[in-house]
Design a protein around this ligand. Structure first.
Ligand code: NAD
Length: 505
């Protein structure tokens, strides 16, 4: 019988064990692991068992973390040259790779995701995020202008980049290490210090990264982690702290709006990567098999808990029935299972709370009269896995663009498939949504591919692919999916203050 025992990663300093062998995940402040104001339970998505106890940071710990980060700005970190910082960033990438198995175990324990996914995406990207931004800051050019002056001597202008200061980093649970280092990497590369608030659902890899920071010789206070929740907890205490100079956030749109309000006090800048309701657009002239494979991945990877994932599939009418049948077959071939089984294609959702949300949409779709192509419920899991956050991969047809199933972000392994008749029509319908994060266009018609990519109101348009990411490119969302762009030199716009120096000759 398939059962699984509560399991957490093996840590060093970041996780002492309490009675019963349950790891204690502590805050990381000024280079040390510290308790908070109380402990909360972290439960396994697989079976709801407690796998760790986490130290929730109160105002006092958040304040200590911000003070430590501020002090570090003026310490050895602040006086390092760019090349010295670049070396530290490479050492951090190496440090993650050296502890690869520990990060893998921590991420998989927190999320329940297939180990193959974390091995190929989450952890390598965690290391790559330090390497890429080290290269960006090493190679970034600057502006230089000569000007004339009334006395004829002239003047020169050059722009230099300076850190913004203490950056508050608020993270989600779906790709914890990947999305956290996507912000910590450029923030440190630019000479800032950070206070990170990981999701309450995924505290372990952020805590573990503290060990890597210490091993790499990163000065105390440069990287701090405070655990806890949003309102009334570490998230709110951090985003409202006047000592935080800028806030970068990934998560739900309504949380981003709350953070923007908090940042308004003190007129602090925000970078917001938020929710999506992404469309795949499948033209009849597509490479059919590639479109099916890509769309299946975009709907079901990470159990649909990817901000860039597809929840609306528009299919041109001549291939509609055939495409629906192919997606159904693909969804039904996905093996639901444990992370360490290499055959597993679909793991559980992150938590029972999130499962309740996803299942409420499954129920709503049924109420609205959707045709359930496949799934729509909960799989029959053996033994103690019955307590886990499992749902079936689900596809619907028979609802229109105005239904909540087509408009609201569900963030589960599910999609509504709808037919369309013309290019203009599908552009209009895909754009008729408050979100604007990503889209995947499947066509072999060259001009159409460019036309549609130009017309869709999103931050990222893929043509004949999905989730291909070059970390030098701008990343972010249009409309309610985001404010600002990160990636490559675009990250520097947020993580640095650009200062012009004018020198009279
Ligand atoms: P969430 O908004 O519930 O939580 C994100 C983080 O914000 C957590 O650490 C949480 O504790 C904290 N938080 C919540 N309320 C807060 C408050 N008032 N003040 C300060 N902090 C607060 O998001 P989630 O459920 O963790 O993640 C899923 C969401 O993230 C989805 O909407 C998904 O689309 C989005 N997401 C977007 C991107 C992107 O790049 N655009 C990437 C991944 C996930």
């Amino acid at each position: 019988m398939l059962t699984t025992e509560p399991k957490a990663a093996s840590h060093g300093a970041s996780a002492a064990t309490a009675d019963g062998g349950i790891p204690l995940i502590r805050n990381f402040i000024d280079g040390e692991y510290l308790d908070g104001t109380r402990w909360f339970d972290k439960r396994s998505p697989l079976n709801h068992a407690v796998i760790a106890r986490v130290a929730e940071a109160g105002r006092e710990q958040v304040d200590a973390a911000v003070q430590a980060a501020r002090a570090a700005l003026h310490g050895p970190w602040g006086t390092m040259t760019v090349n010295e910082r670049v070396d530290v960033l490479y050492a951090l990438a190496d440090g993650i790779n050296r502890r690869f198995d520990d990060f893998l175990a921590a991420e998989v324990a927190d999320t329940g995701k297939p180990m193959s996914l974390a091995r190929h995406i989450d952890i390598p990207r965690g290391a790559a995020n330090f390497r890429v931004f080290a290269d960006v800051v090493k190679n970034v050019p600057t502006e230089f202008f000569e000007m004339s002056t009334p006395d004829g001597a002239g003047a020169i202008n050059y722009a230099m980049r300076r850190p913004v200061g203490v950056v508050g980093v608020i993270c989600p649970w779906n790709l914890p290490l990947l999305l956290m280092t996507w912000k910590v990497g450029p923030a440190l590369a630019c000479g800032n210090t950070v206070v990170v608030k990981p999701s309450e659902e995924t505290p372990q890899t952020a805590a573990l990264l503290g060990e890597v920071m210490n091993a790499a010789g990163v000065p105390r206070g440069v990287y701090n982690v405070v655990h806890g929740f949003g309102p009334g907890s570490a998230g709110e205490f951090l985003t409202t702290h006047p000592g935080v100079n800028a806030i970068t956030f990934t998560g739900e749109t309504r949380t981003g709006a709350a953070i923007m309000k908090a940042a308004a006090d003190g007129a602090r800048p925000v970078s917001l990567e938020m929710g999506g309701k992404n469309a795949a657009i499948v033209f009849a002239d597509c490479d059919f098999d590639a479109a099916v494979e890509g769309t299946l991945r975009s709907c079901f990877a990470n159990a649909g808990q990817v901000c860039l994932g597809t929840e609306r599939v528009y299919v041109e009418r001549p291939v509609f029935e055939k495409f629906v049948a192919a997606l159904k077959a693909g969804a039904e071939a996905l093996r639901i299972g444990l992370p360490d089984d290499p055959a597993t294609g679909l793991g559980p959702l992150i938590s029972e709370e999130h499962r309740r949300k996803v299942l409420s949409y499954y129920a709503k779709a049924a109420e609205l009269g959707a045709t359930v192509v496949t799934g729509g419920g909960v799989p029959d899991m053996p033994g103690n896995l019955k307590e886990g956050a499992w749902v079936q991969p689900t596809l619907w047809t028979g609802l229109g663009d105005d239904s909540p199933i087509a408009r609201e972000e569900i963030f589960g392994p599910c999609a509504l498939i709808m037919p369309f008749d013309s290019e203009q029509e599908v552009i209009r319908r895909a754009n008729d949504n408050p979100y604007g994060l990503a889209t995947a266009i499947w066509t072999t018609h060259l001009s159409r591919a460019h036309r549609v990519a130009a017309s869709i109101e999103v931050g990222i348009a893929w043509v004949n692919s999905w989730f291909l990411r070059d970390l030098r490119t701008p990343f972010g969302g249009a409309k309610q999916s985001g404010i600002g762009r990160e990636g490559g030199v675009h990250s520097l716009e947020f993580y640095t203050e650009l200062k012009n120096v004018c020198v009279k000759l």
